[in-house]
Design a protein around this ligand. Structure first.
Ligand code: NAI
Length: 214
């Protein structure tokens, strides 16, 4: 919808805005000033204005932001006005935890299939989705218009799967395997490393403690 290239830093902040706006909507709050949003989210009002200016503002002088409108616009920017079907590959601890998480559906991400190479898992269910063998993957992807593959398998398996996924219509990979994937142009990869977040936490603990010692 917007011509301008938006920085990944701004895009990275949008889901948090959406979460807060969703909460406000649930509380039937119709409008909010950038000042109020700022203290609620612990972000400066100027940061909020700058972020929203990337998309033409959304606010009105003296009125603030209309919560529902802002929520809808940010949803559109994030492509959440369309739903996306996804499959999970790797039905271990992490794959099952993600499959059991109901809130993805609320955002339009529909859990359609789950695959694993371990014969003992085949036929088990995660919610109402049956775990299928890898041999069924290609046909399943084609027949169910799956956009997103979630990879919760070790890195050795992940690399060799990319071509199969892409050749069968996968447009995006949510990659939990600890490896960088080489994908053709137009295929999106989002790497998730929970330990990165923990290391940030560790850094902040050390920084805080060092500050107290000085
Ligand atoms: P897990 O061992 O419980 O599950 C892995 C599952 O993947 C097993 O069911 C196994 O049969 C299946 N699998 C292995 N290779 C496969 C292949 N080539 N094709 C299809 N299925 C295959 O492990 P867990 O805890 O669920 O973790 C999964 C992977 O995600 C691990 O490699 C782990 O290192 C990684 N991980 C990444 C995190 C992150 O933040 N990025 C956090 C936790 C785990």
């Amino acid at each position: 919808m917007q011509e301008k290239e938006i920085s990944q830093a701004v895009i990275g902040r949008l889901p948090r805005y959406l979460r807060y706006l969703g909460d406000l909507k649930e509380r039937n709050i119709e409008r909010i000033s950038s000042q109020e949003l700022s203290s609620l989210m612990n972000v400066t009002a100027s940061q909020i204005r700058q972020d929203f200016n990337n998309f033409g503002g959304f606010g009105q002088q003296g009125y603030g932001y209309n919560v529902e409108y802002l929520y809808d616009e940010i949803s559109k920017i994030l492509g959440l006005n369309h739903s996306h079907n996804f499959v999970i590959i790797g039905a271990g601890n992490l794959g099952k935890a993600l499959g059991n998480y109901l809130n993805f559906e609320r955002r339009g991400f529909i859990f359609k299939g789950m695959f694993d190479k371990n014969p003992e898992l085949i036929g088990q269910k995660v919610r109402d989705v049956e775990i299928k063998p890898m041999e069924d993957l290609e046909v399943f992807l084609r027949e169910n218009t799956i956009d997103i593959a979630v990879l919760t398998i070790p890195k050795t398996g992940a690399v060799g799967l990319v071509d199969t996924l892409v050749d069968n219509g996968i447009k995006a990979i949510w990659n939990f395997a600890h490896v960088d994937l080489d994908v053709p142009e137009g295929v999106q990869v989002e790497n998730v490393h929970l330990s990165d977040s923990l290391m940030k936490l560790s850094y902040n603990i050390s920084r805080y403690n060092d500050g107290k010692e000085n």
